[in-house]
Design a protein around this ligand. Structure first.
Ligand code: ATP
Length: 149
């Protein structure tokens, strides 16, 4: 079986500039092909040789969503899932990082995503498409709570 490795970001944004009391929002995107609502991510090492997980995750977040972010914490438990590509079973491991928004605009996302949005926690919990991302999101929330205390 083919194994693949990707890295990505679970990015939060503390408040909108014009509305400092607004709630924390999380960056999600709709994949152009499979239409699932997911966190931005991409293959490690297919674009830049020897690129680290961290570099891949930051680059993919920026390319796929238009958002520049910084890494705050590493999620301890990578996400993983099986899927079938051209009749062949594959297993993908995804290393996620908790990230904080630094700048950029979701309008500048690339073609890999058909929509990019900021969602509140409850909507992310409910409307993310895949279970492995939902599990990763719970770990990201725990880490976020720890650093916020
Ligand atoms: P990457 O973003 O890692 O470069 P990709 O965009 O080419 O990869 P995936 O998002 O991994 O591809 O999608 C490949 C297949 O896996 C699709 O059929 C998709 O529906 C499915 N898939 C995507 N994410 C998950 C997940 N978290 N759990 C289960 N299946 C998923």
């Amino acid at each position: 079986m083919i194994r693949e490795f990707s890295a990505g970001g679970i990015v939060y944004r503390k408040s909108e500039i014009r509305n400092p009391k607004s709630e924390i929002k999380w960056l999600v995107a709709q994949h152009s092909q499979h239409k699932g609502w997911v966190f931005p991510k991409g293959f490690i090492g297919d674009k830049i040789e020897n690129e680290s997980k961290e570099e891949t995750a930051l680059r993919e977040v920026e390319e796929e969503t238009g958002v520049k972010a910084k890494i705050i914490e590493v999620l301890q438990k990578p996400a993983g899932y099986f899927y079938v590509w051209k009749g062949e079973k594959r297993y993908k491991t995804v290393y996620y990082f908790l990230m904080e928004y630094v700048g950029g605009d979701t309008k500048n996302h690339d073609f890999e995503m058909s929509a990019v949005e900021w969602w509140p926690m409850e909507k992310v919990r409910k409307d993310l498409t895949y279970k492995s991302d939902k599990i990763a999101f719970e770990e990201a929330l725990d880490l976020f709570k720890k650093i916020s205390n």
